[in-house]
Design a protein around this ligand. Sequence first.
Ligand SMILES: [Fe+2]
Ligand SMILES: [Fe+2]
Length: 325
Amino acid sequence: MIPTAMDESEAPVSWSLKFTLPDWESRASVRSSTHDYRLPGDVEQQLQTRYWFPPAFVPYLAHPAIQAKGRETLHRLTANHLVYFLDYTTLLEHRIVNRAVEVIAHRELPIYIPLPMKHAALQLYTDEGYHALFSNQIAEQIAAYYSITRRPVIPKRISRMNALIARTPEKNRALAWFLLGFVSETIIARELLEVCRDTLVSSVNDMLRDHLADEARHSRYFAEAFHYFWIAMNSRQRLFASKTLVEIISIFFEADESWLQQSLRSAGIAEIDVMEIVGSTVTVQANRARARAGCKPTVEALHKAGFFALPHNQTLFAKAGLIDG
Ligand SMILES: [Fe+2]
Ligand SMILES: [Fe+2]
């Protein structure tokens, strides 16, 4: 990679300009949002027409056994889903994304980090801290509202990410953290864009919108950062990055079987239906289909960086079912 000793004045100006979060002081949610992230007083009334989470994004809700149970069960299952998603988000922001941001802010990779890039990393770190705070605030209120007690301490995906880091040799660890951040930050904006809608309970929608507004900027920042790092990597680092990216993308779209079982049971779904629903949600094909659809923004960023100019990378991604062969 480019040596750290490179003088500030030697930084390519065109690159430096890309590594900013435009108007952060006036646009970041932590600086500008006036929302208090409290459940609305009329939540019960809102639930007559609104949802905790869009049912269209929880495909198993269409199962006849759940449909037959009616609206209360639908609300309970989407509340479970949202609390799980927010608990996962809280950990992801602190333990994964901000760890990746530390790699940039504290120059842990042997690559010159222009000052604007470091400064934006410190702003991004602040954003993620705030996202963890409001995600947790909403999660705790919904958990209290439904008396949801069995919340996994570490969701499956976070455990898988920690395991990936643990088995990565020390010399590649900072790069692996960065790649986890890159994948997370390029997929989350689209994920939030899809689920935000006016048919959600008002404070949930406000919170998701505040998060989305920041993530649209983060996604661009991480895509540019990847491009910059990719150019600087040697072939050994590129080889490691390529295989690790495939693994990371698959982790981000894995279903959590044991959580899903427990969520369905808590809503009174019969055991035979629980098994059928879990069986069709947690298959290799279902995981792959989710990954292929959800990783499009990441694949786009990889394209822009010239990643697929290497035929090996095209083959690798096609074999994993993430792009066409
Ligand atoms: Fe975030
Ligand atoms: Fe972010």
